[in-house]
Write a protein that binds this ligand. Sequence first.
Ligand code: ZN
Length: 65
Amino acid sequence: MNEITDKLAPCPFCGWHNIRINPHRVGGYVRTGTRYQTVCSRCKSRGPIKGTEQEAEEAWNNRVK
Ligand SMILES: [Zn+2]
């Protein structure tokens, strides 16, 4: 079980609960300033790109409401 998924609302497009937060790589490299983006593991819908994992979570949840 991954506790991270409990903090994220279900996907607004397909209703899937397994939402991940992935680093958003710029130019294929992970470096200082890496941003984070929520991604539905089923339909691959993506949330807003944010500077921290927490912000990405909040943006996703706000979008779902
Ligand atoms: Zn989905």
